[in-house]
Design a protein around this ligand. Structure first.
Ligand code: PLP
Length: 444
């Protein structure tokens, strides 16, 4: 069927408009094509090629505002909470810029993320440096850039900082409060058995706080805990605040800062119902006030919930292979090099054919969306509800805005896709596509 005849069919209900999986304002347009930020994705793919990461920057902005406004609505004095963009979710300079413009601070977890945050214009005082193994070079870069706060993760880091620092440095101590939220074990980070931070058990965190306090250059201003990511329940944050308060009562009375990390889940499927941003900030602030009183400033570190649903990936289908009585594979021109999450965590996604977006999928013949890499495990979606794809179709996977580009790699010598912003009908490249030439540009 031609695109025109697909378009002329009535769209019984737009599968995109209002779906929590897509950026706000997305729709299927009159041509039967997916439209993001007022841009027809078929045109965008034609102009910039595939695969490509596509973001609606207005949607990122709206989510950043929802955090800031959600806190403001709680009626606390200005400055009693601070929102940090956890930039590991999508380390794209243009996204750092949006977050800075919206008044957010930033959490960086490496020298590279710090470099991008600085390039995007963040002042040192608004930068928080994380990492369970910060190198001397990264710490030196942070100190030279005047990074406001370093989140200490290990005793070895304390020794490194003692050697490097010639002036006072504000630090937080990262604690693992022994809490396991219901999420994939790879993204649970608050349990005792974790590579991150200091456990509250056996006096480990207490000894670390004592060691930090003994170093004159280190000014311990608060505590940090990030218990995990893609969390739909709010109650674990209450328990985290309670555990941190117990620690502070004994070892850090009157902390200036309580940082409860990130973690708010997003919709990967239309039926997913994560808590709202307003509900989430309200729950965290209430937990801190309940267990610490009015004193400390609450820090929030959202990553996924700012960018995840604001971005999607568009691919071209290259081959379709039907194994009678078994399954049908549609192979796209990307895969585990641009989205590792299905392989790392078994994450499930939806898909849509951007050029046939108004066509209904038959109920009984799901499509397996395969990547183009030399691994049988390079499967992006096991059972996608799609009309039977054809070579040349543009297959879109929504909700790839977080930890997609961030974890992209060059497996099989595949160049990494560009990042494209779509807003008010204009598409612009903010990170260009890597070229084959780029892949040999570091050879010596
Ligand atoms: N803060 C820290 C320390 C993290 O490790 C992470 C992610 O793993 C985040 C914030 C962001 O979490 P999320 O993307 O779930 O909001």
């Amino acid at each position: 069927m031609s695109e025109t005849s697909a378009a002329s069919r009535a769209v019984p209900s737009d599968p995109v408009a209002g779906s929590p999986v897509y950026p706000a304002g997305s729709r299927v347009n009159e041509a039967g094509h997916l439209e993001i930020g007022g841009c027809d994705i078929v045109d965008v793919a034609r102009e910039f090629g595939t695969p490509a990461y596509i973001y609606a920057p207005d949607d990122i902005r709206a989510r950043a505002r929802a955090y800031v406004d959600g806190l403001a609505a709680l009626g606390e004095p200005a400055g009693s909470a601070e929102v940090l963009y956890a930039s590991k979710a999508a380390p794209v300079t243009a996204i750092y810029e949006i977050c800075r413009e919206e008044g957010l601070s930033v959490d960086v977890a490496s020298g590279g993320e710090l470099t991008m945050a600085l390039r995007a214009g963040f002042e040192g005082e608004h930068i928080y440096l994380h990492g369970n193994n910060k190198s001397e070079a990264e710490l030196r870069l942070a100190i030279d850039a005047g990074v406001g706060t370093i989140v200490i993760d290990s005793l070895d880091e304390v020794e490194r900082l003692e050697r490097l620092l010639e002036r006072p440095q504000r630090v937080l101590i990262r604690l693992t409060p022994g809490i396991k939220p219901s999420t994939h074990s790879y993204i649970q980070t608050g349990q005792l058995d974790s590579k991150f931070g200091f456990g509250l058990a056996h006096g480990v965190a207490a000894a670390a706080a004592e060691r930090i306090a003994a170093i004159p250059q280190l000014e311990l201003v608060g505590v940090h805990a990030h218990i995990g990511s893609q969390i739909f329940e709010l109650e674990p944050f209450e328990r985290a605040a309670e555990a941190l308060a117990g620690f502070c009562a004994e070892h850090l009375p009157d902390p200036e800062i309580v940082d409860l990390g990130g973690g708010l889940g997003i919709a990967y499927a239309g039926a997913d119902e994560p808590p709202s941003i307003a509900g989430y900030v309200g729950a965290k602030l209430a937990a801190v006030r309940r267990h610490f009183g009015p004193g400390p400033r609450l820090l929030l570190e959202p990553g996924r919930s700012l960018v995840g649903n604001a971005g999607l990936t568009v691919y071209e289908v290259g081959t379709v292979k039907e194994i009678p009585g078994v399954r049908t594979y549609a192979a796209v021109d990307g895969g585990m090099s641009d989205n590792l999450r299905p392989m790392l965590y078994g994450s499930a996604y939806e898909a849509l054919l951007a050029n046939r977006a108004s066509e209904r999928a038959p109920a009984d013949s799901p499509i397996t969306v395969a990547g183009m890499h030399c691994e049988s495990g390079d499967i992006l979606i096991r059972d996608a509800a799609l009309p039977r794809p054809r070579p040349g179709d543009l297959l879109t996977i929504p909700a790839t805005g977080a930890y997609g580009h961030a974890m992209a790699n060059n497996y099989n010598g595949v160049p990494r896709p560009p990042v494209i912003f779509c807003s008010a009908g204009e598409a612009r490249v903010v990170v260009r596509r890597e070229s084959w030439e780029d892949l040999v540009s570091r050879d010596v």
